[in-house]
Design a protein around this ligand. Structure first.
Ligand SMILES: Nc1nc(=O)c2c([nH]1)NC[C@@H]1CN(c3ccc(C(=O)N[C@@H](CCC(=O)O)C(=O)O)cc3)C=[N+]21
Length: 290
């Protein structure tokens, strides 16, 4: 039997292209504005995965000419101290974006902390004001991972209007905002999750399937409609047979790529798009300040 292979939605390449264009824009604006865009990244504790993401974000900032103000706090830091830090950053004229790396240590209430960020500096788009703007289709800062998914679909001119889009997962960070963005783009949206019945019949109805549950290899080829567009948001760290750390998505790539028309790889898919959207949000916020 002939086996088809899906085309790749190359998030890494698109992220590089977006970063290049941001870099050019910053070079042009910085002399006029008298300072570069600034991003503050707050990290609490020493989760190695978080530390790696934060380093990635800081490297990307440096590459495009965004000043990054990394603040690293010990695990035991109090909510009050972090609130004071955020208040100072809210008032700091050098800072256009503030990001609190998640997850936080258990004793800290992430909702309370995220609510302290000034909505116009909330480059993660997680503040209730920005979430509310998304619900109302108003202009605002959009959360980075779902925005990255939409931008990648756009780049490859994947039609969304009128299509059946299925989002697996309902997190605040990805599933919920992504469902709203797809709705805004006129898709017919279904959100399925851990309590959903008949998941397979739901996924088989999807013209566009987005997996954002955090379970490696959950979505296999037999769960897909032939010719589907498959977007894998999962980032699951596993240790392979040789003891090496590896990233695996929520989609079983090998079987899925025999059925799908387009598929995102992990790594090299939505991860780099998330970083690109973070930088883009920071520049967007910078532009509104002058
Ligand atoms: N407030 C907050 N905002 C976030 O946006 C946020 C967060 N907290 N906590 C954790 C998750 C995870 N996340 C990723 C970003 C980039 C890659 C990325 O660039 N991944 C590369 C590979 C990187 C590697 O090899 O480790 C790729 O998929 O190709 C992955 C994951 C942002 N998150």
């Amino acid at each position: 039997m002939e086996t088809q292979t899906a085309k790749i939605l190359d998030g890494k390449a698109l992220s590089a292209k977006i970063q290049q264009s941001l870099s050019a824009q910053i070079q042009e604006l910085q002399p006029k504005f008298g300072r570069p865009p600034g991003l503050a990244v707050l990290m609490v504790g020493d989760n190695p995965a978080s530390a790696a993401y934060v380093r990635g974000k800081e490297r990307a900032c440096e590459k495009v000419g965004i000043a990054s103000f990394g603040k690293h706090f010990p695990t035991q830091t109090s909510l009050a101290e972090l609130e004071d830090t955020i208040a100072a950053l809210n008032n700091d004229p050098q800072v256009d974006g503030i990001l609190v790396q998640l997850p936080l240590p258990e004793h800290l209430d992430s909702v309370k902390l995220l609510n302290q960020i000034a909505p116009e500096k909330d480059v993660d788009g997680l503040h209730p004001v920005n979430m509310g703007r998304l619900v109302r289709s108003e202009e605002g800062l959009r959360s980075c991972t779902p925005a990255g998914v939409m931008r990648l679909l756009e780049e490859y001119q994947i039609p969304v209007q009128g299509k059946q889009a299925v989002v697996l997962g309902r997190s605040i960070l990805v599933g919920k905002p992504l469902a709203l963005m797809l709705l805004e783009a006129n898709a017919t949206v279904t959100v399925a999750h851990s309590r959903s019945h008949e998941i397979k019949s739901i996924t088989q109805s999807a013209d566009i399937l987005i997996a954002a549950v955090g379970r490696n290899g959950l979505v296999t080829g037999e769960m897909l409609k032939p010719g589907a567009i498959v977007v894998d948001v999962g980032i699951n760290r596993v240790v392979d047979a040789s003891g090496k750390d590896r990233l695996i998505g929520d989609v079983h790539f090998e079987s899925a790529s025999k059925v799908a028309e387009y598929i995102t790889p992990v790594p090299g898919g939505i991860g780099p798009m998330t970083v690109a959207m973070l930088l883009q949000n920071t520049v967007k916020s910078y532009l509104t300040r002058f």
